[in-house]
Every structure is written in C-alpha cells, then in structure tokens.
Design a protein. Structure first.
Length: 81
C-alpha cells in the first residue's frame, strides 16, 4: 500500500499506534540533536548520526502507515491566525 503524498505538515495523530510511533520519533530526533556535538568533537562516529536520522525518517513513515492501516485520519497543521 502506498501512502498519500503530503501536501502539508501533519501533527502527531492517527490513532494510538501512530501516536506512539510519533513519540518514538521525537525521542529519536532528540538523541540525534545530542549526538551532533559529539560527532563534531570526534567522540562519536558519523554513522551514529546518520543512523538516528534514518531511524527518525523510518518511524515517521511507519507512523503514517499505521494511521492509514487502522483507518485513522492524520491531522494537518493549521497555522494560527
């Protein structure tokens, strides 16, 4: 099954499974931001940062897929007016 293309940002939504996957992605992104200085200073291999980035992308796609599979809508971000 293919996911519909994104035309806007989406909020963490789409049912319980999807929300948990979005939460895991948030934790992964936080870890990625904390690894960047370690990579710059040579305390950590660059592959760790790349891995965390790819894992974050994967979790995002799986969260979208879970929402679609479970029949839940994703909530688009709407800029406050």
């Amino acid at each position: 099954e293919e996911l519909p293309p994104l035309t806007t940002f989406i909020l963490p939504s789409g049912g319980k499974t999807s929300v948990h996957l979005h939460q895991a992605r948030t934790v992964c992104r936080r870890a990625e931001r904390r690894v960047v200085p370690l990579v710059r200073e040579g305390h950590c291999d660059q592959a760790v940062g790349r891995y965390l980035n790819r894992l974050s992308d994967f979790l995002y796609q799986v969260a979208r897929y879970a929402a679609q599979r479970e029949g839940h809508d994703e909530l688009p971000y709407k800029k406050a007016t």
